[in-house]
Design a protein around this ligand. Structure first.
Ligand code: WTA
Length: 652
């Protein structure tokens, strides 16, 4: 066992493989899942297993079938009638849970609000009536562009209550990104705020919406949550204040009985082309996946105070902030701000203040805390914590150990959860009372999930590396790409055969059969756990009038996992300069959003291309990461690479 490790790399992973953490019997004794019976039950009859799990949901009408699989399509729980908001609220208010805290919210400037299940139920009912009053009907799309305020959760549940399809757009996305998503989804209503707080400043959400809507004639109404109380332009007919509408709304709204397969939401995520994909999720299957995995993986019990730090703009904020915890009647913390504002101890103070027991966060956050030093968390009382989780990117063993030792005090299991926007809920993860943990490994598929590592040609790799594939559909997996079922088939179900889902991730299995994730194998980058397509950033760069051509790659970054590097060829009359680099970086942030801002731009006279004219991103990645160059035999002009490499090395 090596004393010290570097942050990534297979060698490091191999060194740590011997280090394993067996479950503590005291933890297991009190866990939701205490033995491997769920795995065994699921292995015996997977469909029956899910059908049994589905009995934990409240159905208006029971499903008539469990799975109908017509590759690449599948339908779960057909004939079943259900409402997601009913399952997250109505059934809890019939018991003592009525006055249990559902959401303990803290704003960035420090305000605190607690909503019990009863409070949340009333607010959701009222807002559902507001949406109805605006003419929103079952199947209509509603775009949500909000900061992390309770109204975000209320909006999602209100849509679910009346059967409207929500599409949340992360508040850090630009007006152009917002416009593209609103247009693609053909949203009728937009829910936003007069602003959101970020590191003491204000994110101007409303003016961004105004800009985006100049090109979205289909949007009839905008509902504006009052958050910052700053002046914003309100257009007479189109814009309404949330608090005004809700004050006149009726207190009860009948939950719409939805078919299990009706679409609950669309969430856009990056792919390998310039156009984001609208991932569609179902009602019954999605909710089941969200509810069961939250309970199993986070070992949720009524007395827990659970905190998932994700923003509602990402899938984690849908499944593990909104639907999973609420379906389980959990008490959760929601925080609007960032870990380092106003000080770097903000998260630890929150844990101390509310007695958080389960924390679900990201490798990027953990690596930032490591950099800031363990004294900061050590000054706070973190003894309430009993379980830690991570998601979004591979966690390097060094960060895992740091998290386990310094945040978990050596006593909290760490669950490394692998999943995607497309899978809807966690796919590969330890169960904390059962699984032997290995720092850096997400261990094995959850009960009811069929996953494998496959070679390029589709043979199963029992020990060794390949691609992560899902070999049977699970209830919460995507049902399609909004408006583009061909792309759905091509992207996910065509690498091997129509029954095998291609994840886009490289993975390896060790001698025990445990899974280790190695990052994306396609042209999708992962920056701080956020997916950004190389092509999206490339189109943003060539959109600038001084740019002739651009290629974008993700390179290793100590904190954020990856950083974006753009290789740019300027138009012939343009001179590269530092100023130009800054202009282009800002341009990308303006076009897509600050999360897509490249860390570096390298100017080059030419880009390495194959003889057929395809840009060789792989070679650029090699150059940017200082590796020995790969095969250049297919290159149209090999000297381009040598020049580029020299230039990159010189610029450091
Ligand atoms: C990556 C986030 C390694 C992976 C829930 C996947 C991970 C992409 C892990 C999905 C993990 C997520 N270990 N890699 N535990 N979790 N990923 O759609 O590359 O935003 O394909 O969903 O994040 O990102 P998405």
């Amino acid at each position: 066992m090596a004393e010290k490790s570097t942050t990534t790399g297979t060698v490091d992973v191999l060194l740590h493989e011997e280090r394993a953490f067996k479950p503590d019997p005291n933890f297991t004794a009190k866990s939701v899942v205490r033995d491997d019976s769920l795995y065994r039950e699921a292995a015996k009859d997977r469909e029956l297993f899910w059908a049994r799990c589905a009995q934990e949901l409240d159905w208006f009408e029971a499903p008539k079938s469990t799975l109908v699989w017509d590759p690449p399509n599948y339908r779960w729980f057909e004939g079943g009638k259900i409402n997601v908001s009913y399952n997250c609220l109505d059934r809890h208010i019939q018991s003592a849970t009525r006055n249990k805290a559902a959401i303990i919210w803290e704003g960035e400037p420090g305000e605190k609000r607690t909503l019990t299940y009863w409070d949340l139920y009333r607010e959701v009912n009222r807002f559902a009536n507001v949406l109805k009053g605006l003419g929103v009907k079952k199947g209509d799309r509603v775009a949500v562009y909000l900061p992390m305020v309770p109204e975000a959760i209320v909006s999602l549940l209100a849509c679910a209550r009346i059967g409207a399809i929500h599409t949340v757009i992360f508040g850090g996305f630009s007006a152009d990104s917002l416009r593209d998503r609103i247009k693609d989804a053909e949203a009728k209503v937009v829910i936003t705020a007069d602003g959101g707080y970020r590191r003491g400043g204000i994110v101007q959400l409303k003016s961004t919406v105004d800009k985006a809507l100049k090109e979205c004639p289909g949007v009839q109404d905008v509902v504006v949550v009052r958050r910052t109380r700053r002046d914003v332009d309100m257009s007479d007919k189109r814009d309404h204040w949330y608090h005004e509408l809700i004050s006149h709304a009726d207190a009860f709204c009948e939950p719409e009985p939805m078919d299990a397969e009706d679409t609950l939401f669309i969430l856009y995520t990056s792919g390998t082309t310039g156009k984001p994909k609208g991932i569609m999720h179902s009602t019954g299957g999605y909710l089941l996946g969200a509810m069961m995995t939250t309970k199993w993986v986070f070992d949720l019990k009524p007395e827990d105070v659970y905190w998932c730090t994700a923003d509602v703009g990402w899938i984690t904020g849908h499944t593990y902030v909104t639907y999973g915890p609420l379906a389980n009647a959990a008490t959760q913390v929601i925080f609007e701000g960032t870990p380092d504002w106003p000080e770097r101890d903000r998260w630890w103070k929150i844990i101390e203040r509310y007695g958080v027991t389960v924390l679900y966060s990201t490798p990027t956050a953990i690596r930032s805390f490591m950099k800031w030093g363990r004294q900061i968390p050590q000054n706070c009382d973190l003894s309430s914590l009993r379980l830690l989780g991570t998601v979004g990117e591979p966690i390097n063993p060094e960060a895992w150990i740091w998290y386990h030792t310094n945040i978990g005090g050596g006593r909290c299991p760490v669950v490394d959860t692998w999943w995607q926007t497309e899978t809807g809920s966690i796919v590969i993860s330890p169960l904390p009372g059962v699984t032997t943990l290995k720092p850096g490994s997400a261990t094995r598929p959850l009960p009811g999930i069929e996953a494998a590592v496959l070679s390029d040609t589709g043979e199963e790799v029992k020990h060794g590396g390949g691609y992560l594939a899902l070999t049977a559909p699970s209830p919460s997996m995507l049902r399609g790409i909004w408006g583009d079922q061909e792309r759905y088939r091509d992207t996910y179900w065509s690498k091997w055969d129509l029954k095998t889902y291609f994840s886009g991730d490289g993975a390896r299995r060790d001698e025990d059969g445990d899974f280790w994730f190695l990052g994306r194998v396609d042209d999708v980058m992962n920056i701080s756990g956020h997916r950004i397509g190389s092509m999206e950033v490339e189109s943003a760069l060539v959109d600038h009038d001084k740019v002739a051509e651009a290629a974008v790659v993700g390179v290793h970054d100590e904190i954020r996992g990856q950083a974006i590097v753009g290789f740019v060829t300027l138009k012939h009359d343009q001179e590269p300069s530092e100023e130009m680099e800054q202009i282009l970086r800002k341009h990308v942030a303006d076009v897509i959003g600050p999360i897509a801002r490249p860390s570096r731009i390298i100017f080059t006279g030419d880009l390495p291309k194959t003889r057929s004219g395809k840009i060789m991103r792989r070679l650029l990645r090699d150059i940017a990461e200082g590796r020995v160059l790969g095969d250049v035999t297919t290159l149209a002009d090999a000297s381009v690479v040598e020049e580029l490499k020299q230039k990159y090395d010189e610029e450091g």
